[in-house]
Ligand binder design. Sequence first.
Ligand code: UD1
Length: 423
Amino acid sequence: MDRILINGGNPLTGTVRINGAKNSALKLMAAALLTDEPLTLTNMPDLADTRFMAHLLAHLGVAVTRKNGTQMTLHAKKLAEPFAPYDLVRKMRATFNVLGPLLARHGTARVSLPGGCAIGARPVDLHLKALEAMGAQIDLVEGYAVALAPTGLHGAHISFPFVSVGATEHAMLAAVLAQGETVLDNAAREPEIADLANCLNAMGTQIEGAGSASISIKGVGSLGGTEHRVMPDRIEAGTYALAVAATGGNVLIENCDPAHLGALWDRMRAIGVTTEPQGVDSVRIIQNGDRCSAADLETQAYPGFPTDLQAQFMAVMCRANGASIIRETIFENRFMHAPELSRLGADITVHGREAVVRGVPELHGAPVMATDLRASVSLVIAGLAAQGQTEVNRIYHLDRGFEGLERKLGALGANIKRVSEAG
Ligand code: UD1
């Protein structure tokens, strides 16, 4: 099993280029199931999660080819049996989003329930209710969602009781081939929703309101192929911005969309870090002082502060000047990084969904263990800001979502390397 070794204390300087968004790419890949024509995705990240999704889609009969590192073509000319087994679903929850497209195209599907994960139970009840509202009959049998829509899906008015990114996307993916119009109220407004809508519209459907809380989808008889550029990964961009906040330095983050990170820029200003958007696709982060100021944080659905950047913000607060209260409102168990950060000398107390971080002048390197994707990268950020050597174990979590992390950080001046068990 690989580990990452960091000798902390170097400021970050230079330019870093952001990849396409993992969370968007996974749902765009599922959209390939909706058409018998090829869907080509450009600006595709190459991650353990996108490979895993490609593996599942290949099992479902999709021909997947990669070109030039960042282009992927998915061609579902003819689907195989619409069956997604446990082994190909359990590792990554986004795979569950194949249920709607399979059902819409095939009239039947059997997809393993994804189960919980380290950050919480993460049920899929809203996904299932949305499909049922469109006419699907779904039974839960031995860990599988067994779904039928013998006469196809029909449009429906679905009002979500709370915001869910995955359920909004799943409902959209099913509604595009349903008969009639579907309206989604209290829909998620994350930029990834608009990215998916843009791609589906280019494939021939008519979706309006994506990015707002009310989305309308006019179903069509069939969809065609298209070429679509995956939006930049706002979480990767925000992670590098917070790494600079932790270490100090001056970094230009390229190929991102600064407009997607308004809530982060607000918190960066509050902790005394300069953020300067440069045109529409770059942002410069400047942190001159040794320590940031402390500021409180609450995660919220978009346009609020993303839960996927909460752990990284906490890593920055560990060395801040003062105390910070961090409140997690999206997931019930998303502070697993706190005890690991404490191993580096951080002073953190967790009470339920709230963590109090009292900034300390210095962190000191130590061996730590990654527990989930975003938590892992918060340990890397803390290691970059700590004195001495930090060893991050179980880094397969990092490979799920951060392409070339140690290469990119190394190019910015960090002393970081990956070592395998053998070497
Ligand atoms: C997506 C992102 C994830 C991000 C999250 C919130 C992907 C692949 N993942 O996850 O990185 O942290 O959005 O921005 O895009 N819930 C239910 N029932 C449901 C669905 C969700 O109770 O049927 C709950 C979840 O347990 C969670 C909350 O709703 O507490 C929000 O989850 P959701 O927005 O659905 O997150 P994901 O789509 O799983």
